[in-house]
Design a binder for this molecule. Sequence first.
Ligand SMILES: *Cc1c(COP(=O)(O)O)cnc(C)c1O
Length: 426
Amino acid sequence: MEIKNMYRELGISDKVVDFGEEILDSLKTRFDEVDKMAEFNQLKVIKAMQKNRVSTECFNSSTGYGYDDVGRDTLEKVYADTFKGEDALVRPQITCGTHALALALMSNLRPGQELFSPVGKPYDTLEEVIGIRPSKGSLAEYGITYAQSDFLPDGSFDFDDIRKKINDRTALVTIQRSRGYAARRSLKIEEIAELISFIRSVKPDVHIMVDNCYGEFTDEKEPLEVGADLIVGSLIKNPGGGLAPIGGYLCGKKEMIENASYRLTSPGLGKEVGASLNMMLSFYQGFYLAPVVTAAAEKTAIFASACYEKLGFNVSPKKEEKRTDIIESVDLNDRAKMIAFCRGIQKAGAVDSFVTPEPWDMPGYDDQVIMADGSFVQGSSIELSADGPLREPYRIFFQGSLTWPQGKLGILSSIQALVDEGLLTL
Ligand SMILES: *Cc1c(COP(=O)(O)O)cnc(C)c1O
């Protein structure tokens, strides 16, 4: 095959391609496991679509109030059946993951109640939602307080502290599945199960939600199947399958979804309004593709983990570790390497491949940030993307790729960039 020629034409040397092939030989079993997971989850989605009698009629669009939108209402049933919830809210009016999470929190907490995180500080953008960083419209402004338990130094749950912090006012517990961009580890479904059962032993009736961003379809079970009441996520990550151009979802207990619907639209209106605005085809088709797209992203992450570990860098998670999200981090230990890595990723994309990522002073961050993001959907992180703050240990976080060949090219291109800059020898 002329594949090496193709790579050469894309700027990847034979040496880098050979290095990649050698790594790939050791990943066959791992990739088989990922394919099996995709198969299982693909069947799960198809089953939910069949059960709810999805038809082309569902892809029609509504405007205005959007009353009786069959496509929208059926899609919410498909999500609910797939993720094993009683109900779901899946809307283009939910603008992003942060919005979906804010909606879940603000609609399911009342003044005087307390939100509790047993897994340390939540995702950056939630600090302003909660009011950890003072902000207009935060939960704190409405008299909703916040408490948290941190992981123990060895990364395990601090059960003693969790027991102490859960009190009469604790009404909602929030568990973040993926590490996001923090130094902590991502939580596997078994660990979420253990944590939930402990929390229930302390306070049986407390509501428990899981920030499921980046986690969907990486495991056989989703958090609702191990005792969570609500899961929340973004459609420009895993469940949108790369096709959804916007959106967020909530899935779980009927009452909690109802609360969220009255907050998203209006008391009295709830789920009855909300036009689907030509989004339904991409929402359905994206959800249908999501298990295999997530698998492509996982293969890319595993490949990168294996390559960069072999090259002597500290990676997380390791290639052999069971995954629970699509994020991989590599400690590049050097500013120039981090910049070169991002430029390599950017160069390999189908969109904006001619753009050169530069470090910039992003509002709200102490250090400069660099990002590679040549995506079809702006900011979509189920597409191949990388970013991180330019500070020790120069840790790059990257995730996504709609297809495995694209992901492979991206990682090879990042290695090539390091070689070309004289920062690495193979
Ligand atoms: C991406 C993400 C969010 C926020 O999503 P946005 O769409 O960027 O607002 C929240 N939590 C986690 C764990 C995430 O990965």
